[in-house]
Write a protein that binds this ligand. Structure first.
Ligand SMILES: [Zn+2]
Ligand SMILES: [Zn+2]
Length: 351
């Protein structure tokens, strides 16, 4: 069933343009989503009704057919809150000084957003083994920190907080600007309480109530096992602290020293091992490095240079543990004694 736009705006069917505008403004004030009496669905409906009834052509269509024909779903506008305005919802002109109300103080809308401190990014170097097994790293930063004494609150320990006298607890101050739409009020973060709406009864003696102090801070950070080169680890809240706001985050960029023994591909490890000519021909048992230390590995007889031997589960541990591959290089002797040469020649090993 089509909506009754006249009922929505609370006017008679024969209402004049002025009456429509007046009714719309009254209702829009009442139901604006930012108001305590707000109702987003109703506000959209009011907007929709006004879009039609304020346009002569659309109104005529509506009066005749009970609907308008400007496309599926009908009416533009009415996104959530202010977002909907730009999308072709309300004619700004028709709202006039309502802007002052919308942006100004007075109704229990959201408090002015508090600030957030800058993020910090630092490199952290790990040995290969540390990257595999995880490590605790000490990181020293010189930055804005939450005050050690008051924990960032700005109050002397034991002192309570009171409502900010500058903004009366609102966290913002209202500035009035003259614009072509009339007086426009804007909110700025309160310069006394920095948006929190509260100030300490007695200011912290260390930071003078600021809640922050500049200085060196040393952190112990647990680097998880299995990190890879170039990974970013976030340490929440350890960036720059900011007065009356939330500290930024610290990002650690992982640098891993190359290992002399291991090359990592995902969770698999590769180790190159050189064996002698005779070991390759006859087979042997040798010792190879693994993450757990030296381990024995059987070389099958007749192995070729470049062949890989797999040690299952000996790679990087994790949700899917990797394997270790031992890449065999057979070293052909460069110098032979007379006797060796003689024996080899007699053997004539050409296959
Ligand atoms: Zn303090
Ligand atoms: Zn304040």
């Amino acid at each position: 069933m089509p909506k009754n736009y006249y009922n929505i705006l609370g006017i008679e069917k024969g209402a004049s343009k002025d009456e429509i505008k007046k009714a719309f403004r009254k209702k829009a004030h009442q139901y604006h989503p930012d108001k305590e009496t707000g109702d987003e669905a109703k506000f959209k409906e009011i907007n929709e009704a006004y879009q039609v009834l304020s346009d002569e052509q659309k109104r005529a269509q509506y009066d005749q057919y009970g609907q308008t024909f400007d496309g599926a779903g009908g009416f533009p506008g009415g996104g959530a809150g202010f977002g909907g305005f730009g999308a072709g919802g309300i004619n700004i002109d028709d709202l006039g000084d309502m802007f002052g109300d919308f942006f100004g103080g007075g109704f229990g809308g959201s408090r002015t957003r508090t600030q957030r401190g800058q993020d910090i990014q630092v490199d952290v170097s790990l040995t290969f083994k540390e990257s595999i097994f995880g490590a605790e790293k000490e990181i020293s930063l010189t930055k804005q920190n939450n005050c050690n004494r008051c924990g960032g609150v700005g109050a002397e320990p034991g002192s309570s907080m009171k409502t900010c006298g500058t903004c009366h607890g609102q966290g913002f101050e209202v500035r009035v600007q003259r614009t072509m739409l009339g007086n426009m009020q804007t909110r700025v973060t309160c310069s006394t309480c920095h948006g929190t709406g509260e100030v300490p009864e007695t200011a912290c003696s260390n930071c003078d109530g600021a809640g922050i102090e500049h200085g060196k801070k040393t952190l112990r950070v647990d680097i998880p096992a299995g990190v890879e080169h170039g990974m970013r680890i976030r340490v929440r809240g350890e960036g720059e602290a900011v007065q009356g706001g939330q500290a930024g985050d610290l990002y650690l960029i992982v640098h891993i020293e190359r290992s002399r023994e291991f090359v990592r591909h995902g969770n698999d490890l590769f180790v190159e091992v050189k064996i002698g000519f005779t070991q390759a021909a006859l087979g042997d048992e040798i010792e190879v490095p693994t993450l757990d230390g030296k381990a024995k590995l059987k070389i099958p007889a007749g192995i070729q240079s470049g062949e890989k031997l797999r040690m299952r589960g000996k790679g990087v541990r994790g949700s899917r543990p990797g394997d270790q591959y031992v890449v065999i290089t057979v070293v052909t002797p460069k110098k032979l004694s007379k006797k060796q040469r003689k024996v080899l020649a007699e053997l004539d090993l050409n296959e």
